[in-house]
Write a protein that binds this ligand. Sequence first.
Ligand code: PMP
Length: 285
Amino acid sequence: YDNRDGWIWMDGTLVPWRDATVHVLTHALHYASAVFEGERCYNGKIFKGHEHSLRLIKSGELLDMEVPYSAEEIDAAKDAMLKANGWTDAYVRAIAWRGSGEDMGVSARRNPVRLAVAGWEWGNYYGDAKMKGAKLDIAKWKRPSPETIPSEAKAAGLYMICTMSKHQAEAKGCSDAMMMDYRGYVAEATGANIFFVKDGEVHTPLADCFLNGLTRQTVIGMLEDKQIKVHQRHILPGELESFEQCWLTGTAAEVTPVGQIGDYNFEVGELTRDIAQSYEKLVRA
Ligand code: PMP
């Protein structure tokens, strides 16, 4: 991804894509002191762009790391990056991290916090099979307790187990993995939240130890508008058998139907299709 034409916004200015580099003694590279956002721009407008900027700042606060820009400045940086690249439809990645400084130990108070905003074209997160139903592995890694890590933050360090789980899933021919939490409840996929349907009602894990995605919140609002009951609760893996439909939500994943998790099968049913279409309509509105 480093050798392309284009522009990346970095620490206040637009720089040519190939020049958007950092030093190897960057604190974030050694100690995961980075927070980021994934956003999508549709028809020239980032869906919930401002909410993403606010979440980036909040994630930084949770890591004791003050992002040195306001949400409005981050919004403007994203617009400038999109404009410089001539994109109306793109995935947008904002990332704030501890740079290199006077110290190279765990403590990073004296290291500057930096910000970059990049983007790229990213079609269906799960490829062409999107509406056919993704196949999910069950990850061996568990989402940790909120007493172990700041689980509300969209922080780089939380993705270590996601990458490992996704690699294991791909090695088994799956597109992603469903992760359980530290208590054994169903949590989420490696970069998306999860929903289930049973008897016309929707069940989704309570977001008490993983990212409460903006897409998750949007979809819950859409379901409530459609007068469909949503149960946010702890879900045991043994319940998978009783669910008829399943889908994932996320900025990159959008609404992606799930056809299989481990040995359990789900249909790409009417409600799943309806929610996927309603979401598509909403983000492009
Ligand atoms: N969980 C994880 C681990 C994620 O990486 C994402 C993607 N940001 C989500 C959930 C969904 O969040 P959102 O809907 O805000 O993109």
